[in-house]
Design a protein around this ligand. Structure first.
Ligand code: ADP
Length: 476
């Protein structure tokens, strides 16, 4: 049984949760302690106690500890990737790439701990010096989703610790294995007790306890729009600092002048890889009429040939849906799309494999219109719909016609359209001739509108959330 980690000790929870493999529901990945609200509070108190010393600790110690995590995560990439694929259902290559990315993130922030500096400004008053520096925010609560069980925790935990904050980490219920493995590595890396704490458990109890606790100075959350709204409602009134990453309904625009092979590859990867369970997935394929018949025919051929099977089986391209309830959501949207009048060109059925798992044949809708629910609401599954566009301007209007604004993609060979799209797409991240999903680990990540709230994650810009600015005046 894997325990929670509070104040430098491994502690049992108030109940236990089975971790099930979505490729084979008879395979129990492990048993994980579930904390309750009281334990979440103890973890916050431990973090508060540790903050006094950690917030002024030497940057070499922080960097060394982060580097120790990075080295071990990278060295154990194959094994941790296997665990990730087994509990979450993304394919082994995707899972190992995610683990590698997590290791690189820790390495980046090991460096970032040393790269902190301030500014000096001339005062408008003679004889006074002005210094502008950054200090840690305090105790940060990190609440993460199941779709990137290692990378998202890494990109929150690493900057939090690099900048001198103390962490209470609550992973998603479905993926405690990867979270626990990462926590176990962190527990041996040299951080003082209480600086990093792990509380596994239900969002409604453990997550909510972090939202409500007055000593949690900042909350970084990734998950659904509904829970994001709860975080704001619960923590904004007490003026906690907030960083939220929520849904997406990302467009991939394909213009008549696109390279067809590039466009099809972007659509296949962006819409279906990781079983479409990425907030950056391209679920709206907005295609100009001239290329539409060729694009749809070529895409259909690729989608029908995708190998859906056990996440760890060699050759699998699309692993299972993460669990029964997400599968139900996907199937419901596939039914809704047909009722709304879109045409299901291929896929969309549950399929059987050697083991009992949540396997879904990737679904491609055509003849969709922008007001349909399948074109407006995030599904979070291997489901994409094609919407026809008359010309570039129409395509841009359709692309921006969404409550979300995480990524926006364009396939074109026109420099003019590429430049215009980069400037006018209402999204935090724009991808030209590359899939909407798949980002670098060292540059900002985040969106606009209903997708995100608060400062960006990742890279140097992470300091906007994980530090607070101080302006000091001195008359020497
Ligand atoms: P998803 O649809 O990806 O599961 P959720 O928003 O439900 O999205 O979950 C994302 C994270 O938020 C998970 O760690 C989950 O446990 C947590 N969570 C869910 N409900 C709450 C809540 N009421 N308060 C705090 N955290 C929550």
């Amino acid at each position: 049984m894997k325990s929670n980690y509070i104040a430098g000790e491994w502690v049992a929870g108030s109940s236990v949760r089975e971790n099930i493999n979505p490729s084979d529901v008879s395979d129990v990945v492990g048993h994980y302690a579930q904390a309750d609200a009281k334990q979440a509070q103890l973890a916050v108190e431990a973090a508060v106690d540790a903050f006094q010393a950690w917030s002024v600790s030497g940057v070499q110690a922080r960097s060394d500890a982060l580097e120790a995590v990075a080295s071990e995560v990278l060295a154990r990439r194959a094994e941790l990737g296997e665990l990730l694929a087994r509990e979450e259902g993304k394919t082994l290559p995707e899972a190992q790439a995610e683990v590698a990315r997590a290791g690189q993130i820790f390495r980046f922030f090991a460096g970032e701990a040393l790269r902190q500096g301030g500014e000096k400004a001339p005062s408008v008053r003679p004889g006074i010096e002005v210094e502008i520096t950054r200090e840690p925010v305090g105790v940060v609560g990190l609440i993460t989703p199941w779709n990137f069980p290692v990378a998202i925790p890494a990109w929150k935990i690493a900057p939090a610790l690099a900048h001198g904050n103390c962490v209470v980490f609550k992973p998603a219920e479905l993926v405690p294995g990867s979270a626990w493995a990462l926590a176990e590595i962190i527990s041996r890396a040299g951080f003082p007790a209480g600086v990093f704490n792990l509380v596994m458990g239900p969002g409604s109890e453990v997550g909510q306890a972090l939202i409500n606790h007055p000593s949690v100075d900042a909350l970084s959350f990734t998950g659904s729009t509904g829970t994001g709204a709860r975080v704001i409602a619960g923590a904004a009134p007490r003026r906690a600092k907030l960083q939220l990453e929520m849904g997406g309904k990302n467009p991939l625009v394909v213009l008549d002048d696109a390279d067809l092979a590039v466009a099809v590859e972007c659509a296949v990867q962006g819409s279906y890889y990781s079983t479409g369970q990425r907030c950056t997935a391209s679920s709206r394929l907005i295609v100009q009429k001239g290329i539409l018949p060729r694009f749809v025919a070529a895409l259909r051929e690729r989608v029908e040939a995708l190998v859906v099977d056990d996440a760890r089986k060699p050759g699998t391209q699309i692993g299972p849906v993460v669990d029964q309830s997400q599968l139900d959501v996907d199937l419901e949207y596939i039914a809704i799309g047909q009722q709304e009048g879109a045409r299901l060109l291929c896929g969309g059925q549950r399929v059987q494999r050697a083991t009992e798992g949540f396997f879904l044949q990737p679904a491609l809708f055509v003849d969709a219109s922008p007001e349909m629910r399948i074109a407006r609401e995030e599904i979070f599954g291997p489901v994409a719909c094609v919407i026809a566009a008359d010309d570039y301007e129409h395509a841009l209007t359709l692309a921006n016609d969404t409550p979300f604004g995480l990524t926006a993609g364009l396939c074109t060979t026109s420099l003019r359209h590429a430049s215009h799209f980069k400037r006018h797409a209402k999204a935090g991240m724009v991808m030209v001739n590359v899939p909407t999903a798949g980002v670098d680990y060292h540059v900002p990540f985040g969106g606009r509108k209903a997708s995100s709230y608060g400062p960006r994650e990742q890279g140097r810009h992470a300091n906007e959330f994980f530090t607070t600015v101080k302006t000091a005046y001195t008359a020497p």
